[in-house]
Design a binder for this molecule. Structure first.
Ligand code: SAM
Length: 275
C-alpha cells in the first residue's frame, strides 16, 4: 500500500479525524482500490472457502457454523460474506457507505445473509454485552486515533470464550515508509509518540489505479494493543508480525524493500476470559 499524506490536514479532534477518514474511504471505494472491492474468487467447498478466508490458520479450532460474527470495519472485502456462507450469523460494521454497499450488494447477489450497519468502530454501544462469538477486524485500527477505546468496546461485546482477531499496520514500519535517505530509513515520529504519522505523499497507488486520499493514520504501539486487550478482559494467545510477499521486487529504499526488512502488519488474536 502506498502511504498517504496528512500534512495538509490540521490535526482535528478525534471525531473529526474519523469523519475525515470516512470521506477518504468513500473516495477510495469510488476509485476501486483493492481494499474496496472483492479481490479474487472464493472456491466452492466449505473447507477451501475457510482457507481463502483464513489462509494463515489463525482461527484454527473456531467453529463458524452458528457463530455470531462481528466483521468490524470489514466493508469492501470478502470476509463478512464468507463467514455467512460458512454458516455464521454475521453483522458488518463499517463507517463508509460505499464500503457497506459493496458487501450488501455482493452478499445479496450470492444469497448470503449479512446484517450491514454503517457505524464507527469506536462506538459499539448498539450491541448488547457478550453478543458475539467472533470479532474479525482486519487492517483498519490504523485509521482511528484511539485504538484502546475500540478494543474496550470489543471486549464488552465479545462473549466469554469468544475470539478477537485483528491486524493493523506495524507501528515501527509505518513510521519509516517513504523516509529512505540514501543510507537508511529515518522514523517520522518517535515510537512512543502516538499522534498521526505525518506524510508528504497523499497518493494511493495500486498498479494503474491511483487516487489522492490523505487518510490520517496512527501507528499504535504493540504494548498499547496488547495491554488494551488485557484491560478489556481478554487473553492474548497469538501475535504475528508479517509482510505480504517476500519484498524481493522492491527497489532499494522503496516501501517494498522496507517490508523485506521489517513487517508490514501486526496481527493479534485474543480470547475473552470466561468470567
Ligand atoms: C483497509 S480497509 C479494510 C477493509 C476490509 N476489512 C479488508 O480487509 O479488505 C479499512 C476499512 O476500515 C473502514 N473504517 C475506517 N475507519 C473506520 C471507523 N472509524 N469505523 C468503522 N470503519 C472504519 C473503512 O471504511 C474501510 O472499509
Amino acid at each position: 500500500m502506498t502511504r498517504a499524506s496528512n500534512d495538509n490536514v490540521a490535526m482535528p479532534d478525534k471525531r473529526a479525524v474519523v469523519e475525515h477518514n470516512r470521506r477518504m474511504w468513500d473516495r477510495l471505494a469510488k476509485a476501486g482500490i483493492p481494499y474496496t472491492r472483492l479481490v479474487g474468487t472464493p472456491p466452492r467447498t466449505a473447507a477451501a472457502k475457510r482457507r481463502f478466508l483464513d489462509p494463515r490458520g489463525r482461527y484454527a479450532g473456531v467453529d463458524f457454523a452458528g457463530a455470531r460474527v462481528l466483521s468490524l470495519a470489514g466493508g469492501g472485502g470478502w470476509h463478512p460474506i464468507l463467514f455467512a456462507e460458512l454458516g455464521a450469523d454475521v453483522t458488518l460494521v463499517d463507517i463508509s457507505a460505499a464500503q457497506c454497499r459493496t458487501v450488501r450488494e455482493s452478499a445479496r447477489a450470492r444469497g448470503a445473509a449479512v446484517r450491514v450497519v454503517r457505524g464507527d468502530m469506536r462506538d459499539l454501544s448498539r450491541f448488547a454485552q457478550a453478543s458475539f462469538d467472533v470479532v474479525d477486524h482486519q487492517h483498519s485500527l490504523v485509521f482511528v486515533p484511539d485504538a484502546a477505546r475500540v478494543i474496550r468496546g470489543v471486549g464488552r461485546v465479545l462473549a466469554p470464550g469468544g475470539t478477537y482477531l485483528f491486524s493493523t499496520m506495524h507501528p515501527t514500519t509505518l513510521r519509516l515508509y517513504g523516509t529512505w535517505t540514501g543510507t537508511g530509513w529515518r522514523p517520522r515520529t518517535r515510537y512512543a509518540d502516538e499522534r498521526a504519522i505525518p506524510y508528504e505523499d497523499d497518493l494511493w497507488e495500486f498498479g494503474r489505479t491511483k487516487v489522492r486520499a490523505p487518510t490520517i493514520e496512527y501507528g499504535h504501539r504493540i504494548e498499547t494493543l496488547v495491554n488494551a486487550c488485557v484491560k478489556a478482559g481478554m487473553v492474548v494467545d497469538g501475535l504475528w508480525e508479517w509482510s505480504p510477499g517476500d519484498g524481493s521486487a522492491g527497489e532499494p529504499g522503496s516501501d517494498d524493500e522496507l517490508e523485506r526488512w521489517l513487517p508490514a502488519f501486526v496481527e493479534i488474536r485474543a480470547r475473552k476470559s470466561a468470567r
